[in-house]
Design a binder for this molecule. Structure first.
Ligand code: GDP
Ligand code: IMO
Ligand code: MG
Length: 425
């Protein structure tokens, strides 16, 4: 099926790890361009195609199809991680453009991230420790180092000089960290300048190139990282990431006009997971939760941490659909629920004696919400079904209920990690 679109956004509707990588790969085959617009290597997107597993952290998932890939201005790049990822594919096989405006994650960002988490103690966010927050903080404070700086040795030297001492002081004097001899200005400059040389040839104006591609009626796929409820403004603040994963942010993260996107594909897992701290209304802290975690192999791609698991939450999805302007939903991992006797879907929250059907704007209040559930009969899915009609009747009922409650079409059902375990309706 061709998407027949200009630019489509693929966005996570929950807390990340919904299967955006798999869905991006599925449509990448018919696209000309795949681009990342937010986040950094806090993301972990897994694609399984013809028995081969690809794990992407910074590279867009279109790479499994060998498509032209873009990394936009709204991202944060750890150059060491990017180079390793590129090497694993072989440089010759990569057609990549990196925007000069993208921010660079420096060694102090990772250290500040971890020090700040330690300092928060029990109130920690549970970040991936990749320096994402401190890097975006520098961006907002206008003290960041951008990709254009990384690839220009003279400028890089000047930029590092301007911020090294302050960051060192903060780490040593405020966080009382022992930095050792490796943490020297010249050493960091040397390493980064070397990486800048490797990456220089990939620099290009992503905003301009993608705008032109859209005008030329190319099929452009914008791949979100993280998920709606990790959005820095609209997620469960402060338990969020530091970028904006929501669909509107794709425009800013690439640098496109407000009308450039004409399809928003929301990706939702058939249940809910979350890595890190923060409210989780439908969480299953039980053996059943352990069973779903095991069946779904819910362990983080990036940090290996066990993901918290819970029932599907339609309050989250309703709000996510509104925030993203979702046109249609790709429902993933329904096979993981196969064999459970009974299933639950949360339709509303109870808050202060009242029922509500959207996530409270004051995120702190989510902790006070309790779920209102509807129960469903279990179903069996083998992963070999080829059409929607072939799916177990109870699974079709489960899917139909979600569609009706959300008034949004589930146009794709994913029944396994493999590229071909995908049912289009
Ligand atoms: P992303 O961050 O949204 O791209 O999601 P992740 O890749 O971090 O996590 C999704 C995991 O589930 C990956 O290991 C996928 O290979 C796998 N996956 C995706 N879709 C399905 C599905 O329908 N069924 C099963 N069993 N696994 C899936
Ligand atoms: P993908 O793209 C799931 C979570 C972290 C933490 C919070 C802040 O694979 O869906 P950060 O390191 O970003 O400052 O951490 O956000 N988080 C993710 N959870 N999937 C992700 O990415 C995530 N990226 C960040 O666990 O709770
Ligand atoms: Mg992931």
């Amino acid at each position: 099926m061709g998407l027949c679109l200009a630019a489509s956004v693929i966005v996570g509707l929950q807390f990340g790890d919904e299967g955006k990588g798999k869905i991006t790969d599925f449509f990448a085959g018919q696209s000309d361009i795949v681009a990342r617009y937010n986040g950094g290597n806090n993301a972990g997107h897994t694609v399984v195609a013809n028995g081969k597993e690809y794990k992407f952290h910074l590279m867009p998932s279109g790479l499994a199809h060998g498509k032209k890939c873009f990394i936009g201005a709204g991202t944060v790049i750890d150059p060491g991680v990017l180079i390793k990822e590129m090497e694993s594919f072989g440089k010759k096989n990569i057609d990549l453009v990196i925007d000069p405006r993208a921010q660079i994650i420096m060694p102090w960002h990772g250290l500040l991230d971890m020090a700040s988490e330690k300092n928060k103690g029990a109130n920690k966010i549970g970040t991936t420790g990749r320096g994402i927050g401190p890097c975006y903080s520098d961006c907002a404070a206008r003290t960041g180092i951008r990709f254009a700086d990384l690839i220009d040795e003279k400028r890089l030297h000047k930029k590092i000089k301007a911020c090294f001492e302050l960051n060192k002081k903060i780490l040593e004097k405020v966080y009382e960290m022992d930095l050792g001899n490796d943490f020297s200005e010249e050493k960091i400059f040397g390493e980064y300048a070397k990486m800048g040389k490797v990456l220089g040839e990939f620099c290009g104006d992503v905003s301009l190139e993608i705008s032109r591609a859209i005008l030329a009626k190319k099929e452009v796929l914008l791949e979100g990282a993280q998920g709606t409820f990790l959005d820095n403004s609209f997620g469960t603040y402060p338990f969020v990431t530091s970028s904006h994963p929501t669909a509107g942010a794709a425009l800013v993260g690439i640098g496109l006009g407000a009308k450039a996107i004409d399809k928003v594909i929301g990706v939702a897992k058939a249940y809910t997971t979350r890595v890190g701290e923060g409210p989780f209304v439908t969480e299953l802290k039980s053996e059943l939760g352990d069973r779903i975690r095991k069946q779904g192999n819910e362990f983080g791609t990036t940090t290996g941490r066990p993901r918290r698991v819970g029932w599907l939450d339609l309050v989250l999805l309703r709000t996510a659909n509104r925030l993203n302007g979702t046109d249609k939903i790709a429902l993933t991992k329904i096979d993981v629920l196969s064999g459970l006797e009974k299933l639950k879907i949360c339709t509303e929250y109870e808050l202060g004696g009242k029922k509500i059907n959207e996530v409270p704007a004051d995120a702190e209040r989510i902790f006070e919400c309790s779920p209102v559930f509807k129960e469903f009969h279990g179903f069996k899915i083998s992963g070999t079904e080829k059409s929607f009609e072939e799916l177990d009747k109870n699974a079709r009922e489960y899917i139909g209920f979600i569609e009706k409650e959300l008034d949004t079409k589930i146009f794709l059902v994913s029944i396994g990690a493999e590229r071909n375990q995908t049912i289009l309706r």
